[in-house]
Design a protein around this ligand. Structure first.
Ligand code: NAG
Ligand code: NAG
Ligand code: NAG
Ligand code: NAG
Ligand code: NAG
Length: 479
């Protein structure tokens, strides 16, 4: 109720300001500014995501790149003729940032059209080429623009263990590794001055929430939601940034299955903010327009198996057609195990791998690695398969694959519908040898994008995640 009251007070104040301003300048351009403010007044409720995203982003459309912003709202953020409103005033900091983004979009757009990579940096260590990319030149340009302009402000609020830390081993590794890289590495992408930031990071860990504030076996996620709600309340009261965009330029990151649940703790976070999630299940509210799919990676004891550190030799023999080992989690695996467990020598499908067998050796000796979803859509097997150069077979429904704005998954993986599981062997045998070679080359080509390095390296997993966030912020899609 309190906020309603405040709102109407603010509304009155605005109305006064308007009446005065309207009398002074009755120009057409100025009217558009009025409309914006008026519409803001009339709708105290949060606007739908896309509109908010547009407020955050600037005018330009990236046609070739297919930018989903709309020109109708150009005037929202930056009135067309600022001189009408403020006589010859220097553009403010936000306007300068947005103008920079407009230039970035323009350069990405022309790179997308040219479809050739123009190397702009002198000694570039990597230039994307080949058909694993949707549009290598647009990606390259976008990446370079990100390096040039992207600045993240990491909120300092919150305390250990739940904030500023996360797991750095086992299945939710990426939560901790990303938070630490953001806070202590990646200096180039951080700013300590929130006024210079393009996005704002709330560095809490949902895995640690589950560890420290969830009551085991209660299946009650209320404490997680409460934590997130409180966190947003703190930063939105202390700083002006959350309210400025209704959270649309803020992001959270979670690999835990309950990341989406926790994000419901604040409805603006859920609908407007960039949620970077392993559980990228479109049936559970994952919105590919504004959310980011996060790869799941398992580091046993915090380390990648030495077997996966180096790329396998291209001529390594792969006697098994396919391989899977894992528990009966979620909706798809029971079906897979029922059909293939212990049925066929070419289909090495296990529930639990016998103690004398080695998981990664199997991956290295198989042509295809089956990656069915478990309790959540993501699976660490996808990344492990990529390390092993074993072509991933994605058995998942309503899963938005990581980095799919940039990567063409069909160039290095096979997707099979769950209903086709009985025909799985037939489908895999039906892939011609030449096609298989191409897929495997594709896997080799994307490996760098899935490596977690310490310290991080250009184009590795950390940077790809950051790049996905950047694309959401500039509201561009690399078609
Ligand atoms: C902006 O408005 C001023 C004053 O009305 C006018 O002189 C100027 O030409 C306008 N500029 C543009 C770009 O429309
Ligand atoms: C890339 O495209 C630009 C613009 O179309 C052209 O000027 C340039 O020569 C091209 N570069 C290569 C290497 O094809
Ligand atoms: C942001 O809005 C909320 C709710 O309307 C309000 O409580 C808070 O004080 C505002 N924050 C700032 C910094 O003004
Ligand atoms: C694979 O190639 C490497 C050199 O590229 C060679 O040393 C090795 O013997 C080859 N292995 C097989 C199984 O052919
Ligand atoms: C995705 O979400 C739907 C709806 O909640 C659920 O039925 C399905 O099991 C989820 N998929 C996985 C793999 O968790």
């Amino acid at each position: 109720m309190e906020s309603c009251y405040r709102y109407s007070a603010a509304a009155l104040a605005w109305l006064c300001v308007f009446s005065i301003l309207v009398v002074f300048f009755a120009s057409a351009q100025f009217n558009s500014f009025v409309n914006f403010s008026a519409s803001k007044l009339e709708s105290p409720k949060p606007k739908p995501t896309l509109e908010l995203q547009r407020i955050v982003s600037t005018p330009d459309k990236i046609r070739a790149v297919s930018f989903s912003g709309s020109t109708d709202h150009q005037h929202l953020y930056r009135p067309k003729n600022t001189t009408v409103i403020r006589k010859r005033k220097k553009p403010n900091r936000e306007q300068v940032l947005e103008q920079g983004l407009a230039r970035a979009r323009a350069s990405i757009r022309s790179a997308a059209t040219a479809r050739n990579v123009t190397v702009t940096l002198e000694k570039d260590d990597y230039v994307p080429v080949g058909d694993v990319y949707r549009n290598p030149s647009a990606f390259y340009q976008s990446y370079v623009e990100m390096e040039r302009r992207f600045k993240v402000y990491v909120y300092t609020e919150g305390e250990l263990p739940i904030v500023h830390d996360g797991p750095c081993k086992e299945i939710y590794t990426i939560e901790g590794r990303f938070i630490h890289e953001m806070e202590h590495g990646a200096k180039r992408f951080r700013t300590n001055d929130p006024r210079h930031a393009l996005v704002y990071f709330m560095p809490f860990s949902v895995a640690w929430m589950v560890k420290y504030i969830y009551k085991p076996l209660s299946y009650n996620v209320t404490p997680l939601k409460q934590f997130v709600s409180d966190y947003v309340k703190v930063v939105s009261t202390k700083y002006p940034f959350w309210n400025r965009t209704h959270g649309a330029d803020h992001f959270m990151l979670a690999c835990h299955d309950w990341g989406p649940h926790a994000s419901q703790g604040n409805s603006l976070l859920y609908t407007n903010s960039i949620r970077v999630l392993c559980n990228a299940n479109t049936s559970e509210g994952f919105n590919p327009q504004k959310d980011v799919s996060l790869p799941e990676i398992r580091l046993n004891g915090g380390f990648l198996s030495p077997k996966l550190l180096q790329p396998p030799l291209p001529n390594a023999s792969r006697p098994h057609l396919s391989f899977f080992a894992g528990g009966l989690h979620g909706p798809i695996r029971p079906f897979l195990l029922q059909h293939w467990k212990g049925r066929d020598d070419e289909m090495q499908v296990f529930e639990y791998l016998p103690k004398d067998k080695d998981y990664y050796s199997y991956m290295l000796q198989s042509k295809f690695c089956l990656c069915p979803s478990g309790y959540e859509v993501a699976s660490p097997r996808i990344v492990e398969a990529i390390y092993s150069e074993c072509v991933p077979v994605i058995l998942s429904e309503r899963y938005v694959l990581p980095f799919s704005d940039v990567l063409r998954w069909e160039a290095f993986s096979v997707q099979v519908q769950a209903t086709e599981i009985p025909r799985l062997k037939e489908i895999l045998l039906g892939i011609p040898e030449e096609k298989y070679r191409k897929l495997q080359e594709g896997v080799r080509a994307v490996r760098r994008h899935f490596m977690l390095n310490q310290p991080s390296k250009r184009f590795d997993m950390f940077h790809m995640i950051l790049h996905s966030i950047w694309l959401r912020r500039i509201n561009a899609r690399l078609g």
